[in-house]
Design a protein around this ligand. Structure first.
Ligand SMILES: *Cc1c(COP(=O)(O)O)cnc(C)c1O
Length: 222
């Protein structure tokens, strides 16, 4: 019988074969044990995604020797920012100016400049977080983040509606890409568009994603 570790490595290798070279693969290891992460790391995976603050901090600390890059991909509460900032390579789901200001403050206090993405609400589900397009548009015009010396916005992130309707998913990713393009016209250093998960990443890549967040296709179902 094949070990769980071997299956993870095989599935990861298969995903990597398919993801184009210009797209960064974040392996979403949330809820999975350290052994699963070590298995993926042993064949060269560096970027891992977690959505719980405590879990990410524990894994990052325990696996420090592997020099992995930790992506915080889920909704982040202001009162948890302090625990995330020391470990995060990239914070994906910044959904308010208040959260951005808090990340700036906590980063300044440890002399770090944190890379972040702004989450845009592209899905029809009300439960998904993020800026609306109109909120984002006014934020973009305001350029208010330029005062924040310890955060660096790198781009946008979004989650499509969980549906079998591929046309709808495609349209949602297209709308995010359009917002990204208008943002990068003003901000030349924004280079990251994080969109696509196990079920929809091929559509996302088709529509211009530069970073996919893939969990269950690599680590098995949660
Ligand atoms: C869990 C999660 C993923 C990965 O989902 P899979 O369907 O397992 O690939 C991607 N992005 C976010 C924000 C997540 O919470």
């Amino acid at each position: 019988m094949k070990s769980e570790q071997t299956s993870i490595q095989e599935r990861l290798a298969a995903v990597r074969d398919e993801v184009p070279a210009h797209v960064t693969l974040v392996a979403v290891s949330k809820t999975k044990p350290q052994g699963a992460i070590e298995a993926a790391a042993s064949i060269g995976q560096i970027e891992f995604g977690e959505n719980r603050v405590q879990e990410m901090a524990e894994k990052a600390t325990a696996l420090k020797g592997l020099n992995l890059e930790w992506h915080h991909i889920g909704h982040l509460q202001t009162n948890k920012v302090k625990q995330v900032v020391p470990h995060a390579h990239l914070i994906h789901a910044v959904d308010s100016e208040r959260l951005l200001a808090e990340i700036n403050k906590r980063s300044a206090s440890i002399d770090k400049v944190s890379d972040v993405l702004l989450q845009i609400h592209i899905a029809t589900e009300a439960t998904k977080f993020g800026w609306s397009f109109s909120e984002f548009e006014s934020f973009l015009q305001s350029q208010s983040w330029t005062d924040l010396s310890h955060v660096r916005i790198r781009g946008l992130m979004g989650m499509a509606t969980f549906t079998d309707n591929h046309q709808q998913v495609r349209r949602e990713f297209q709308s995010l890409k359009t917002a990204f393009d208008s943002a990068t016209a003003l901000n030349k250093d924004w280079d990251t568009l994080s969109m696509g998960m196990s079920g929809d990443w091929k559509i996302a890549v088709d529509e211009g994603s530069t970073m996919v967040r893939i969990g269950s296709s690599i680590f098995g179902k949660r």
